[in-house]
Design a binder for this molecule. Structure first.
Ligand code: SF4
Length: 81
């Protein structure tokens, strides 16, 4: 299990993340979020400018998305159990 955190204040809608990990999607504000219906996504919550998704699945694509994000708006970390 791991978490994807997106800082929507830093996100500038370039969407490099979407091409690396299909769990990332564009929301109605034109910024990145995580698709709550994507395979392996356990939960997605929003707190102000922060989106945090808990995911049970492959972490490699998420790490690629984080590395590809120009403003470093994505953090990937192991979920607390
Ligand atoms: S790559 Fe980064 S800046 Fe671009 S949409 Fe994704 S999270 Fe936002």
């Amino acid at each position: 299990m791991f978490e994807i955190e997106i800082d929507r204040d830093a996100c500038d809608g370039i969407f490099a993340c979407l091409t690396r990990d299909e769990r990332f999607i564009e929301d109605d504000d034109g910024l990145a979020t995580v698709d709550p219906n994507a395979a392996g996504v356990v939960s997605v919550s929003r707190d102000g400018d922060r989106v945090v998704a808990t995911v049970d699945g492959d972490i490699d694509d998420a790490n690629l998305a984080a590395k590809a994000c120009p403003p470093n708006a994505i953090v990937i970390r192991e979920a607390e159990t």
